[in-house]
Structures are given as structure tokens and as C-alpha cells.
Ligand binder design. Structure first.
Ligand code: PLP
Length: 398
């Protein structure tokens, strides 16, 4: 058999997908696994999204569609941008992609040369590091541990920028930590970025999932001067509950959206029209359901925090957004469960899966090996039971 390309040697299948596959296999064996592993919201999207998709099936075209997106979708997204406080965006500045993943990969592929430095606050969402490897860039991973609430400081950013820095990748609210930056924190980061001519990707896919009455603050809100270098990515996966329908959006300077269109025309050609119709309906609104969603997720977040507070030695900065918690469990490294030594995050997560049948993702998949990720977007029943099992696991550790 001929060789696989060398460039794939550092790239592994998504760690999250690997855990998901393992859970599927265990369930197929009849085991009662509770999954806190995948970032899929557990709510039914509003009916008008389905109605729009049905209408497109009945009345839409079967032909190829514009790579940038249908006019209906583009206009709906421009409307949403305006509603969200982003002025000055026109048709040339936006493009649809097959989920935010497709957008982010295309951006890495078309903006980064071999050896360019990409600054990524860590913990980061898993795929970022794989894209760095895929395009032979140099990832500059700035560790932001639990002791600093998993948040990047302006000093860390300033010290990391070199003449080779090409891009800064920012995700707020954060997957995997659920952290949300305050306005002052965003402003301090923007004050550094404004001095340096680098691309900024702002992965905003959790922007509507913020709790406790807190507001979403964007780098562009506090520093509109960044607009000519700012690339914003969005998706219908999380806030609209449609991860499998694969619609992402990019808003960026025209020079960047042009590259996205080039990539689209040579790869996926267009996003399916049925999905674009649903996405257009999503962006047009109404968005009333999101208030309920925030209340529901905040309650689940509280359940997680109350449970973890009962476990000695776990430090979990309180998430204010998304649907993840990221407890630091390093106090348990070196201890023993049922005769098995727990050397690191992978050992802890694997032991909890084997012994208590609760699935999570080890922190090392996100570049932070002291922690593990709990995705709490499941039913309250599963959440209560899974948390009870995790508490029992740590209580039984020697
Ligand atoms: N960015 C972050 C931070 C994510 O958590 C995810 C999905 O989990 C994505 C991007 C990809 O989203 P999509 O489903 O739109 O490809």
C-alpha cells in the first residue's frame, strides 16, 4: 500500500469524536453510560426553523447554489450582525460555510504560511491545534490555568507577539472552560491587538449563551479600529441547536471572504439550500427562546458547581457561559482508585468512564492536562445521576 501523506503524521482524529465513539460502543454493549462528553445542546430548536427547511424542500431549487450563500441567508445574517452591534458589514463581507469548522479550516489554509506563528490562549478548543499542524504553522500556546480563571492576560499576549505572529485566535465564551471575558478584560486585550498588524479570528459561536445577566462584549465593540483585521466566525450548531445541519458564517474584510469563496468553490461548492433556509430563519429570529435557554443552562451550571464543591481538592472556576465546566483535578494525580494509579487527566477520565460509566473529555485534548471537561447540556436527570457518580468516584480514591 502507498504511504499516507507526511503532513497527516501529527494530525489525529478529534479527541472529542474519539470519546463519543467509545461511548457509542459501550452503549451498544448494553452499558448505561452517561455522556458529559460532546458539546451538543439538548433542546429542540424553534419550529420556524423546521418550517423554513420544509418550505425549501417543497419549493426550492435542486441546482447548485451561490457559494457565498443565498441572498436570503446573507441578508438575514447582515441583519443579525447589525442587531448584535456590528455596523458597516455588507454582502462582500460575509460568507456561509459548512459549519464553523469548515470556516476555521479554510481561514487557516488561506491565511497562514508555513512557519507563521498563531497565538492561541490555552485551554483551547481541540481542533485549533490540529489546524496549526495541518498548515505547518507554529502554535504559540499561552497557558491560562485555573489559577487565572483560564483567562488570557494582556501581558501574556503582548509578550507573545513577535514579527512572525500572523494570527491571534480568540474564543469567548470559551469551549472548554465556559469563561466569559468582562468588558474591561476585552478592552485590555484589544488595546494590545490594536498596536500589531495581525489577523484576529474571533470564534463567537457561544455569544448568546451567557448567564447571570452578564453581557457579551466583543473586541470590535470596544475597539472598532480592529475591523480591517477582524474575522468573526459563527454557527447555528450551539445557540440554535442544529449541529448536524452544518451551517457556519464568516464576517470579515472582503479580501478574506474572497478566499473563503475560493476554498468553497474548489471543495464543498455550496452549503445545502435546505440548511441555508433554516439558518436564514434562525438569524432573522425571533430569538425569545434564548432567554429560556440561558436560564436552563445556568441552572445546570449551578448543579455542576454545587456537586463539584462537595469534592475536596477540585478547583473549578465558575463558568458564566456556553455549557461546559472545566474542573482542575490535578490534586488527585498520583493517587489510586481500585488499585489503579491515576497518573494524569487521561487516567482519571478513563477510570471514571470504566468504573462509573460517565464520559468526559480529558483536559489534555484542550492543551490543559490538569483538568477535564464536563459538557452539561444533557437532561437534568442524567446530570444529577452523572454528578453523583463523579462525586462517588473521587470519594473512593485513596
Ligand atoms: N468553535 C468552537 C469553540 C466549538 O466549540 C465548536 C464546536 O464544538 C466549533 C467551533 C465548530 O462548530 P460547528 O459545529 O459550527 O462546526
Amino acid at each position: 500500500m502507498p504511504n499516507i501523506a507526511k503532513r497527516m503524521s501529527n494530525v489525529s482524529p478529534s479527541a472529542i469524536v474519539q470519546v463519543t465513539n467509545k461511548v457509542r460502543a459501550m452503549k451498544a454493549e448494553g452499558r448505561k453510560v452517561i455522556s458529559f462528553s460532546i458539546g451538543v445542546p439538548n433542546f429542540t430548536p424553534p419550529q420556524h426553523l423546521f418550517d423554513a427547511a420544509h418550505k425549501e424542500i417543497d419549493e426550492g431549487t435542486l441546482a447548485y447554489l451561490p457559494g457565498r450563500g443565498t441572498d436570503e441567508l446573507i441578508n438575514a445574517y447582515l441583519y443579525r450582525l447589525e442587531q448584535d452591534g456590528f455596523a458597516g458589514y455588507k454582502k462582500e463581507n460575509v460568507a456561509v460555510t459548512l459549519g464553523a469548522k469548515n470556516a476555521l479550516f479554510d481561514l487557516f489554509y488561506s491565511l497562514i504560511d508555513e512557519g507563521d506563528e498563531v497565538i492561541i490562549p490555552t485551554p483551547y478548543w481541540t481542533s485549533y491545534a490540529d489546524w496549526v499542524d495541518m498548515v505547518s504553522a507554529k502554535g504559540v500556546y499561552l497557558r491560562c490555568g485555573a489559577e487565572q480563571n483560564y483567562k488570557l492576560t494582556p501581558e501574556q499576549l503582548e509578550n507573545a507577539i513577535t514579527p512572525k505572529t500572523k494570527m491571534f485566535l480568540f474564543n469567548n465564551p470559551s469551549n472548554p472552560t465556559g469563561m466569559v471575558y468582562t468588558r474591561d478584560e476585552i478592552k485590555a486585550i484589544a488595546d494590545v491587538l490594536v498596536k500589531h498588524d495581525i489577523w484576529i479570528i474571533s470564534d463567537d459561536i457561544y455569544d448568546k449563551l451567557i448567564f447571570d445577566g452578564e453581557k457579551f462584549h466583543h473586541l470590535l465593540h470596544v475597539c472598532p479600529e480592529l475591523q480591517d483585521r477582524m474575522i468573526m466566525t459563527q454557527s447555528i450548531s450551539k445557540t440554535y441547536g442544529l449541529p448536524g445541519w452544518r451551517v457556519g458564517m464568516v464576517a470579515a474584510p472582503e479580501a478574506v471572504t474572497k478566499q473563503i469563496l475560493t476554498m468553497t468553490s474548489n471543495t464543498i461548492m455550496n452549503v445545502p439550500g435546505v440548511m441555508m433556509a433554516a439558518a436564514a430563519a434562525a438569524f432573522k429570529g425571533p430569538h425569545g427562546f434564548m432567554g429560556d435557554l440561558r436560564t436552563i443552562f445556568a441552572e445546570k451550571r449551578n448543579m455542576v458547581m454545587d456537586s463539584l464543591a462537595k469534592v475536596n481538592g477540585i478547583n473549578c472556576p465558575k463558568p458564566q457561559g456556553a455549557f461546559y465546566a472545566f474542573p482542575d483535578v490535578s490534586a488527585y494525580f498520583g493517587k489510586t482508585y481500585n488499585g489503579k494509579k491515576l497518573n494524569n487527566d487521561v487516567d482519571v477520565v478513563e477510570a471514571i468512564l470504566e468504573e462509573k460509566e460517565v464520559a468526559m473529555v480529558p483536559g489534555s485534548a484542550f492543551g490543559e492536562p490538569n483538568s477535564m471537561r464536563i459538557s452539561y447540556a444533557c437532561s437534568n436527570e442524567d446530570l444529577t445521576e452523572g454528578l453523583k457518580r463523579i462525586e462517588a468516584f473521587f470519594a473512593e480514591i485513596q
